[in-house]
Design a protein around this ligand. Structure first.
Ligand code: SF4
Length: 292
């Protein structure tokens, strides 16, 4: 048995959300606690997939269970698990193309079934990954794939022009699998954290490190910029704050920008700072009371 970890669809989609999540899924012993929302979506997806396949088999009784040995013999293959080491992807249906329509040699196109009404970018990423693994097996990447929503609607997704966009991520993930890096990617809290299974672990780590990414409005780009200057913690950042010199009042003053260093200083000193006092527009009548 090979010791190389498998890059599954879950790992690949996780990499597009946060590289650290993909790393933890591949190598960490503690796989965190799945978020309730993800659990609900997973159950809905499973139910929708079962119902879809039941109807599909009634409509196409000739559909067969996927088997790598009988690949290319049947028009429809269901409950598919594609494997091309170290990649593994699953989809609900593979549909054989008609070479007369596509003017290409016979290939299969993947269909996935989801538990949502609208199609999210994660689901497109998932389909792209499946297309890429399928491409390795049938020696030609499928040009399109299909996503079936919870309402039964089938959405056709163009894949051909997007394979390039996932090449770099695949390359990094394969490198991880062959070299097993000891350190995970830098911890950068992001918008996906609130629904991530590693939320608690990462939050604790960020607090322990006094990480810059704990600051609201801190972006990965800003973190990189500060890291280059040797600033890695909120404590260090707080010493960068310089109060602005008072300028003459302008007719059209520039809008006040959020100051990360001041935010860090406020946290360090546990005080509230006002970056700039608001200009109050004084009127001849300041207070108006209407009493009956
Ligand atoms: S909690 Fe956030 S930083 Fe940690 S792995 Fe998940 S998405 Fe990445």
């Amino acid at each position: 048995m090979s010791d190389i970890p498998t890059i599954t669809t879950e790992v690949f989609v996780a990499y597009s959300q946060c590289p650290r999540k993909a790393f933890l899924l591949l190598f960490a012993e503690n796989k965190g606690t799945p978020h309730d929302y993800s659990v609900i979506l997973g159950k809905r997806r499973q139910r929708n997939r079962d119902q879809y396949l039941e109807k599909f088999l009634q409509e196409y009784p000739e559909a067969r269970q996927y088997d790598p040995k009988s690949f290319k013999k049947h028009t429809f293959l269901i409950e598919v698990t594609l494997s091309s080491e170290p990649l593994e992807a699953s989809c609900s249906v593979l549909t054989k193309t008609d070479p007369e329509v596509t003017s290409r040699r016979i290939t299969y196109e993947p269909t996935i079934v989801t538990g949502t009404y609208s199609i999210a970018s994660d689901q497109k990423t998932e389909l792209l990954f499946i297309g890429s693994v399928l491409g390795k097996i049938q020696k030609q990447e499928p040009t399109v794939g299909r996503i079936v929503g919870i309402d039964g609607k089938t959405h056709r997704v163009q894949l051909e022009s997007n394979y390039k966009s996932i090449k770099q991520s695949l390359k990094i993930l394969k490198k991880w699998c062959s070299e097993t890096p000891t350190e995970p990617p830098t911890l950068i809290l992001n918008k996906h954290c609130s629904s991530c299974q590693f939320q608690e672990i990462c939050r604790k780590q960020a607090e322990k490190d006094n990480s810059l990414s704990l600051l609201a409005r801190m972006t990965p780009k800003e973190i990189k910029k500060y890291n280059k200057r040797g600033i890695f913690t909120i404590q260090q950042l707080s010493y960068l704050f310089k109060p602005r010199r008072k300028r003459k009042k302008r007719k059209n003053p520039e809008p006040v920008k959020h100051n990360l260093a001041l935010q860090a200083l406020a946290i360090r000193e546990k005080k509230i700072y006002i970056q700039e006092l608001p200009d109050l527009n004084r009127q001849p009548v300041d207070l108006f009371l209407d009493i009956e």
